[in-house]
Design a protein around this ligand. Structure first.
Ligand code: NAD
Ligand code: MG
Length: 387
């Protein structure tokens, strides 16, 4: 059997590194065709020396020489800059792209791979939040599978395997609740990044960890689910499940429900997406009910965690509103991580940005780019005013 050649876009991040662990555990199945990083040149070099890809791309052009000096002699092609990332994403030698870049920056390379006809394992949820209509329409036109890596969507995807079309009534996304589950605004007003970065169940990149603390992550995931599974807003529910064992659920038109369960380990959905339609064996730790005598479920507190309420509104509104929300969110998370604004101020900036940026009902890709730029500029000006 020929090996699947994987292009990992964002290989130096949390998802990217775990994907390389999965690949290392299945050398008979997978090979690395391309690795990319934004600025972590040393780690990119180390990964390339171990996995011997055909090419690497470093986003930060100032690091090009440093990477090339080491890898060129080893026969590994080196490119730099965002444009190169989009060009390399279109290489037909990539059998599957793992979209593991964080944020809006992942959109262009992911679309480039889909346009080329390359199947995508999608971790980068912001791609669908920003331009889910265009991304999924392109995937349908090119007959390209988009296999979710996000654990909730991987759960839903697995629950739907083998089911006939038209039998899905609703999906229920589980949320851990993050580190501030049960807390109220008078507590949240003072929390700092070090505390917000302590996620109870998952070890992830900084941006998604803050999104999990504010519940924006679940809002982004509702919008991601809408596009991946072609759902209406009222077909998507959220339930808080602090143990993160049930990764999400599907309710069918006969009232029956399916859930997908397992330990909170992103290597599972990564491996499932890379191996799909097969389910590969592994020796990762197993879940046991003995260690989890109680699995609990409760409604999310959208009065306290208003980012989720905002995202639900945006999910219903559609158009470019999710793009605005995403851009403002990326700016505020960045500012919070640099201790420039407080936890609750993140929500205020997102709300004000949504109120300011003109609504467009049916944006083009170019409109999404312009919306992203305008929303970021406005959110940044609000942050400057606060700081
Ligand atoms: P991370 O911050 O750990 O890694 C991000 C990767 O993207 C790095 O390799 C970085 O070099 C690259 N990158 C960052 N900015 C870039 C830019 N402007 N241009 C090109 N490359 C850039 O993030 P992560 O936690 O691995 O998350 C990646 C994506 O997967 C996010 O969209 C996140 O929401 C999603 N996701 C992550 C997890 C998780 O467990 N970490 C779970 C579900 C979904
Ligand atoms: Mg998730």
């Amino acid at each position: 059997m020929s090996k699947k050649r994987i292009g990992i876009f964002g290989s130096t991040g949390s998802i990217g590194k775990q994907a390389l662990e999965v690949i290392a555990a299945h050398p008979e199945r997978f090979e690395v065709e391309v690795l990319t990083a934004h600025s972590s040149a040393d780690l990119l070099i180390e990964q390339a020396l171990k996995f011997r890809p055909n090419a690497v791309v470093i986003g930060d052009e100032s690091k090009y020489t440093a990477v090339k000096d080491v890898l060129f002699d080893k026969g590994i092609k080196v490119f730099a800059g965002p444009k190169a990332m989009v060009e390399v994403a279109a290489w037909s030698s990539i059998d599957m792209m793992l979209a593991a870049i964080v944020g809006f920056a992942g959109l262009a390379p992911t679309l480039s791979a889909i346009e080329q006809g390359t199947p995508v394992a999608l971790a980068n949820k912001e791609t669908l939040v920003v331009a889910g209509d265009i991304v999924m329409a392109t995937a349908r036109r090119k007959n390209v599978p988009v296999i979710p890596v996000d654990s909730e969507h991987a759960a839903i995807f697995q629950c739907l395997v083998g089911e006939p079309g038209g039998c899905l009534e609703k999906v229920i996304l589980t949320a851990s609740g993050g580190p501030f589950l049960g807390k109220k605004p008078n507590y949240l007003i003072n929390v700092k990044k070090d505390h917000a970065l302590q996620h109870p169940n998952w070890s992830m990149g900084a941006k998604i960890t803050i999104d999990s603390a504010t519940l924006m992550n679940k809002g982004l995931e509702m919008i991601e689910a809408k596009w991946l599974f072609n759902l209406a807003a009222d077909q998507i529910d959220v339930v808080v499940h602090p143990q993160s064992i049930v990764h999400s659920m599907v309710q069918f038109t006969d009232g029956s429900m399916k859930a997908q369960m397992g330990l909170p380990d992103m290597k599972l959905p990564i491996q499932y997406a890379l191996g799909f339609p097969e389910r590969l064996a592994n020796d990762f730790p197993r879940f046991s009910f003995k260690n989890y005598p109680s699995l609990t479920f409760e409604a999310p507190d959208t009065k306290t965690f208003r980012n989720l309420a905002i995202a639900i509104e945006v999910l219903k509104t559609g158009g470019n509103s999710a793009c605005v929300m995403n851009a403002a969110n990326e700016e505020v998370v960045n500012a919070f991580l640099r201790n420039r604004i407080g936890f609750l101020q993140m929500t205020e900036v997102i709300e004000e940005t949504l109120a300011k940026i003109p609504f467009q009902a049916t944006p083009t890709l170019n409109d999404y780019y312009n919306t992203d730029t305008a929303a970021r500029e406005y959110a940044a000006s609000l942050i400057n005013g606060l700081g």
